[in-house]
Design a protein around this ligand. Structure first.
Ligand SMILES: [Zn+2]
Length: 120
């Protein structure tokens, strides 16, 4: 009985550790590079460790993007819905800031193997 209990406890701890590891890897982006695309084309790649402000100019309008404290967000935009501004900071590697009217997308740069799959 004691051995069985030990095995159950060990298994629980083991799975709890794996789940925790998965959650942590999802929360913390493994890349510190964000990619800004306009109409599906790469407009700019930015290093999030360097504070910066730049304006993305498209044929539909402009988005003022700010990088601060390793986070990226849209501070100002010419679009009518302002969804990109209200989105706030980019949270994790599965998150993306989308400005539909201006066709602007901001997301973390994904690992090269994922890029290759998506690109073909
Ligand atoms: Zn917008």
């Amino acid at each position: 009985m004691t051995n069985k209990k030990l095995i159950v406890i060990f298994t629980c701890v083991f799975f709890a550790f794996i789940i925790l590891a998965i959650i942590l890897s999802n929360i913390q982006p493994d890349e510190r590079i964000a990619v800004v695309t306009v109409d599906g084309k790469v407009y700019k790649e930015v290093d999030l460790s360097v504070d910066d402000t730049f304006v993305v100019e498209t044929s539909k309008g402009t988005n003022e993007v700010r990088i601060k404290d390793n986070a990226i967000y849209v501070e100002e935009a010419s679009c009518p819905d302002k969804l990109c501004v209200r989105h706030g900071k980019l949270n994790n590697k599965y998150d993306s800031i989308v400005c539909l009217p201006n066709k602007v997308v901001i997301e973390y740069k994904t690992a090269p193997d994922i890029d290759a799959v998506v690109g073909r």
